[in-house]
Design a protein around this ligand. Sequence first.
Ligand SMILES: *[C@@H]1O[C@H](CO)[C@@H](O)[C@H](O)[C@H]1NC(C)=O
Length: 419
Amino acid sequence: MVKFSFFIIMSCAFSKFKYSALGVRLYSNKVLGLFSTTHKRNYAVSTEEPLKKTPLYDFHVENGGKMVPFAGWSMPVQYSSLGVLASHLHTRENASLFDVSHMLQMRLTGRDRVSFLEKLVVADLEELPVDNSILSVFTNENGGIIDDTVICKHNDHIHIVSNAACADKDTTHIRKEINKFQQRGGDVNLKIIDDHALLALQGPKAASVLQELCDKDLSDFMFMTARHLNIKGFDCHVTRSGYTGEDGFEIGVPSPASVHLANLLLKYPSVQLAGLGARDSLRLEAGLCLYGHDLDETTTPVEAGLTWTIGKRRRKESDFLGAEHVIPQIKGGVMRRRIGFIVEGAPARENAEIYNNKDELIGKVTSGGPSPSLQKNIAMGYVKSGYHKLSTELQVKVRNRMQKAQVVKMPFVPTRYYK
Ligand SMILES: *[C@@H]1O[C@H](CO)[C@@H](O)[C@H](O)[C@H]1NC(C)=O
């Protein structure tokens, strides 16, 4: 609920937005105004526990962070120094620092950790080289996606990062499966990592900045690999990855050192703080899914266009949860598919209806908004199979008006991972 109202409000703000210097100002003021309203409203109606704070909470407030409720956490949506649009463009050209400590970090140990985790996700973890990470999904018994996750295989443990909004159900699911597994004699243990903050440094200047702060050469530190780096005396778990489509790093740092590290990074003029607002438009341009919007428990990896995450051997062995539903879909097809499209006219938002050219309802938007980089309105959604092919002409209903749309390739903006 909290999460949804965040995005609905974002949507209102975006629709008034114009791509001009003035627009940027209007936009930031608009967001500020609207967010303070949501903030109060969420407090007023909330019967849940108080919002959780990351170790960087005070740091955000001191730096002008506009804090909003997100997945049970109080997180910065933007900072007073830069509007969401400016922050987005800054990330694409320079580098941005995001606090992503709200995400769930876990550690799996035990002799059978690989075979255990392979029951729960679609990746080939056996084959994954040590110190490499992979995007994967946890599936349920029907093959629906419980969560998306990044799994990093180390010599003696597996490091897992998943969504804050799914933290409770992920840990419940994993613990339940661990119990069953242990009863059959399997050796696996789960530890929630709650003593480390997670900072994402993203953008083309990220590598040169980080290089100045650590002694090891980063030029052979490739996309989706992981290292322990000593960053100015702090022992950090770093992966070369991110959620913006840019080169960058996710830095796991002991919580007590996190503010110090953030300040060190922020000393560089090319680094600015960025919040959830820019994170959302950046990941949308990069064609990346947001759980709870573009992915959910009724959607399979094949429908979601994530078939590539299902390992070759996993397809043959067909032994992850729900595999009997998912594997036949790879060959036999699915009824609906995730697509990306460009919309003419006003931006299309989550839940907007998608029609074919005969005015038949064929699907629904799951994420959408203006693309600051392309200066066009982009969206993701699910349509009936057959309408998912590139260049297919569609219509999207926005405020009761049909608007033209066209299926395009994702990512919308070319990714610049360090490969
Ligand atoms: C990138 O950073 C420089 C300062 O280092 C700044 O002048 C420039 O405007 C920034 N670019 C964007 C798009 O924000």
